[in-house]
Each structure stands twice: as C-alpha cells, then as structure tokens.
Design a protein around this ligand. Structure first.
Ligand SMILES: Nc1ncnc2c1ncn2[C@@H]1O[C@H](COP(=O)(O)OP(=O)(O)OP(=O)(O)O)[C@@H](O)[C@H]1O
Ligand SMILES: O=C(O)C1=C[C@@H](O)[C@@H](O)[C@H](O)C1
Ligand SMILES: [Mg+2]
Length: 172
C-alpha cells in the first residue's frame, strides 16, 4: 500500500456491501472527487444486465477494466463493482492505492438485494456462493476493513475517514 495522499481511496467488496453509498459520502466527507466504476460503465455503454445478456460477462469485464484503469489514475474516492477485483491488472493497480474492504453479513444482505440490477446475484444463496469464492481475494487486497451490516452509513464513513486521516498524520 502507498501512503501517498495523492493515491486514491478505493472501496471494494461484495455486491450490496455499500460501496456506492459509502463511497459517495466518504468522498464528500474528505472533499475528494468520487467515481463509481459501475456508473461509468453504465453511462458509457448502458445498463449492466443488458451488457451481460447481450454480450456476456467477459465483455462486461473488459469495459469494467477500462473504467477502473482510468478511475484509479486520479486522486479521489473510487467505488469498484463487486467483481472488478478479479482482473489481475486491477489487482496490480490496487497494490498502489489505499484499499478499503466493505464487508456485510448475510443476515443484513437479504433486504438489500431485492432488485434486478445484479445479473450475478439473484438471491441470498447466489450472493453467498459468490462471496465465498472471492472472500480470500477481497481480504488479501484490503488495507482497511469496515463492516456495514448494522451501523448507519455516516458512522461507517466517519470510521473510514478517520483511518484515511490517520495516514495523513504519518501513523500509517
Ligand atoms: N450501512 C448500511 N445500512 C443499511 N443499508 C445500507 C448500508 N449501506 C448500504 N445500504 C443499502 O444497501 C444497498 C446496496 O448498497 P450499494 O448499492 O451502495 O452497494 P454496492 O456495494 O455498491 O453494491 P454493487 O456491488 O451492486 O455496486 C442499498 O439499498 C443501500 O441503501
Ligand atoms: O459482483 C459482481 O461480479 C458484480 C457486481 C456489480 O457491482 C456489477 O459490477 C456487476 O453486476 C457484477
Ligand atoms: Mg455499487
């Protein structure tokens, strides 16, 4: 991990862990720009379920990789899509940034995945399988971990901001 302040703070973690919500508020709290790579892909290429259905997951991953490569080049807060960390080039990029893993317990997930925007997550069982397969990878890439299961978003944001600011003071 780099302790340079100019390196981005990158949020990773399972689908519905809160990367987008927490990332947006963290950026506001730290007075930094915010980029969500899923939102970039959607803005440039259209809805994610349609990309999966019409072109397949590998095509989506290519578009996602391009969005990540661009996003981590600038200082700011960057929220990644849940599977972006599967790309080896993204894993290499993350070694040069400050990586925050958001975790969430399955009990808290049920009410967060009741929509159709995630082609790889249709129910709690598919979410659990996907997280089990990625858990070691998520943890291996993380410099800091915050659980989002049961605390208000602002509390989580304050905790992460305190970690980022502690590095600024040379305690990293
Ligand atoms: N701390 C929290 N407490 C309760 N609900 C939360 C919390 N954080 C996020 N949520 C809710 O969980 C849902 C998923 O949040 P969000 O979209 O930010 O997740 P994500 O990690 O970006 O997911 P994805 O991988 O699909 O992009 C949203 O409905 C959000 O309001
Ligand atoms: O976990 C995943 O593989 C995904 C998570 C979402 O953020 C989207 O990037 C997409 O639905 C794939
Ligand atoms: Mg998101």
């Amino acid at each position: 991990m780099s302790s340079e302040l100019s390196t981005p703070v990158v949020l990773i973690g399972p689908p519905a862990a809160g990367k987008t919500r927490v990332g947006k508020r963290l950026a506001r709290r730290l007075h930094l720009p915010f980029v969500d790579t899923d939102a970039v892909v959607v803005a440039q290429h259209g809805p994610i379920p349609a990309l999966f259905a019409e072109h397949g997951e590998p095509y989506f991953r290519q578009l996602e990789r391009a969005a990540v490569a661009e996003a981590v080049r600038e200082p700011g807060v960057v929220s990644l899509g849940g599977g972006a960390v599967l790309d080896p080039a993204t894993q290499a990029d993350l070694a040069e940034t400050r990586v925050v893993l958001l975790t969430v317990r399955p009990e808290a997930i049920a009410r967060r995945i009741d929509n159709a925007k995630r082609p790889l997550v249709t129910d709690l069982e598919s979410w659990k399988r996907l997280v089990a397969a990625r858990s070691d990878l998520y943890h291996s890439l993380a410099d800091y971990t915050a659980d989002t299961s049961s605390r208000p978003i602002d509390t989580i944001v304050e905790e992460i901001a305190a970690w980022v600011e502690s590095q600024k003071e040379g305690h990293a």
